[in-house]
Design a protein around this ligand. Structure first.
Ligand code: NAD
Length: 250
């Protein structure tokens, strides 16, 4: 309890999956959370449910398409206006396309790069001035094990997630003088709507490549994100946290 007391967080892609798990964990630890997503109904429902459980307005749904700079500015303004500032940004929104280099169309390439890569840059750029005003901040960028290693497909996804890894490190250097920490998290196989596109036996087969031989629950990533958001991680910046059941250890 209270590991995030008094803090305000903005979680992109917060309406479902890992973002929703982080919303719940952050609120449990005393934060107020702006849920930024393009899924209007889902984020409103989640926000109402969490507020009802907490008996207070601890979350706020914010329409946020991460590819649009104007949406980011409005989301940060909403955090400042409704919750008094911004301390934590989780750049979690992402989309997956499993096609390889040869099969990916230019439109598909641009769509993945815009959300997964450009979206993280725009979010960081929009959040940093608000964090500077607070004198501190924590930005957590959700990359993937696919930002560390290759596979036979998912070309645009690999390219975007690899870019997030290094954008994280350069932003960590740029913002360290302002006490804003920037770290990346690299999940392995996690059971969320994103992986629902795979048949259960196919997902099990991919998960079995990890020594722990299973997919993770969203909360198992969420607890690592939570740690990075707290002041417990006060000397952690520019780091990459792998949460993959050992997938990349072999
Ligand atoms: P998910 O599909 O359940 O959640 C992704 C969220 O991002 C959704 O709420 C979606 O509406 C939102 N989103 C998509 N495009 C957006 C946009 N333009 N603007 C704002 N929001 C947008 O999947 P998830 O597993 O919870 O994914 C969370 C993050 O974790 C993603 O960045 C994903 O790439 C990454 N990841 C997932 C896995 C996995 O196995 N599930 C593994 C490694 C990394």
């Amino acid at each position: 309890m209270d590991r995030l007391k008094g803090k305000v967080a903005l979680i992109s892609g917060g309406a479902r999956g890992q973002g929703a798990a982080e919303t719940r964990l952050f609120v449990k630890e005393g934060a107020r959370v702006a849920i930024g997503d393009v899924l209007d109904a889902e984020m409103r429902e989640l926000s109402e449910e969490v507020n009802r459980e907490a008996g207070a307005r601890v979350t706020l749904p914010v329409r946020l398409d991460v590819t649009r700079a104007a949406d980011w500015r409005a989301a940060v303004e909403a955090c400042e206006r409704e919750f008094g500032g911004l301390d934590i940004l989780v750049n979690n929104a992402g989309i997956l396309n499993v096609k390889g280099v040869g099969d990916t169309s230019e439109e598909e390439w641009d769509a993945v790069i815009n959300v997964n890569q450009k979206g993280v840059w725009l979010g960081t750029k929009a959040a940093a001035p608000a964090m500077k005003k607070r004198g501190a901040g924590s930005i957590i960028n959700i990359s993937s094990i696919y930002g560390l290693i290759g596979s036979g497909g998912s070309a645009a996804y690999h390219a975007s997630k690899g870019a997030v890894r290094l954008l994280t490190k350069t932003a960590a250097v740029e913002y360290a003088p302002f006490n804003i920490r920037v770290n990346s998290v690299h999940p392995g196989v996690i059971k969320t709507p994103m992986t629902d596109i795979f048949a259960e036996k196919d997902l099990d087969a991919i998960a079995a490549l990890a020594p722990m031989k299973r997919a993770a629950r969203p909360e198992e990533v969420g607890y690592v994100v939570l740690f990075l958001a707290t002041d417990e991680a006060s000397f952690v910046t520019g780091a990459e946290y792998v949460v993959d059941g050992g997938y990349t250890a072999v």
